[in-house]
Design a protein around this ligand. Structure first.
Ligand SMILES: Nc1ncnc2c1[nH]c(=O)n2[C@H]1C[C@H](O)[C@@H](COP(=O)(O)OP(=O)(O)OP(=O)(O)O)O1
Length: 176
């Protein structure tokens, strides 16, 4: 099974024009994927773990490689198990963070964009994301089994059903 990661940097944009009436606009950094699995769709920065690499290190490396952001203090927010035609395909660790340095910049893999959390373009993302990402962006934790059918590649298969559990604890080794 492939082990992969996703990382969702969050910030409050209270600059003039972004917020009105004292409200703060909460934003998430998404990427428009320029190549590979999910090309053309929005997602968080992330990707496959290298051999021997822990998922937290992978999320930090992939975010640096894809958008040039140095993310820190990652909080584990989810574990997603993607099945294709009844078989395990990818196990994805999901993180969020409010701590990072640098400015997001485009690479040949990804184009970054700060997006208000209530304007996430779910119609231009993996179909399952609308089930779990809103809760993750609200600060909740989730485990999910997400089932696809129709053969490789995964991003051309049909999303068929899911089981989600919220309020999961990622304390201890599972928090890695
Ligand atoms: N269903 C769904 N929703 C949201 N995100 C994903 C899925 N399925 C997925 O596989 N993913 C995520 C998990 C990973 O972050 C990427 C896929 O990794 P990929 O881009 O292939 O990995 P890279 O390491 O960037 O690719 P290479 O550079 O190694 O080719 O999608």
């Amino acid at each position: 099974m492939i082990e992969a990661t996703l990382c969702f940097p969050l910030r409050d944009d209270d600059s003039e024009g972004a917020a009105t009436d004292g409200d703060t606009l909460r934003e998430v950094l998404l990427i428009e994927k320029r190549r590979g699995l999910g090309e053309g769709w929005y997602n968080g920065p992330g990707g496959k773990c290298e051999p021997g690499e822990g998922p937290r290190k992978c999320a930090i490396r992939e975010t640096r490689e894809e958008v040039g952001l140095e993310v820190r203090d990652l909080e584990k927010a989810g574990e997603l198990r993607f099945l294709l035609d009844g078989e395990d395909h990818t196990f994805c660790h999901v993180y969020r963070t409010r701590s990072f340095g640098g400015e997001p910049t485009s690479s040949d893999e990804a184009h970054p964009e700060w997006v208000p959390v209530d304007e996430v373009p779910y119609d231009q993302m993996w179909e399952d994301d609308r089930l779990w990402l809103p809760g993750v962006l609200e600060g909740r934790s989730v485990t999910a089994e997400l089932r696809f059918e129709g053969g490789e590649p995964l991003d051309e298969a049909a999303f068929v059903d899911s089981d989600l559990e919220w309020g999961v604890s990622f304390d201890g080794a599972r928090g890695q």
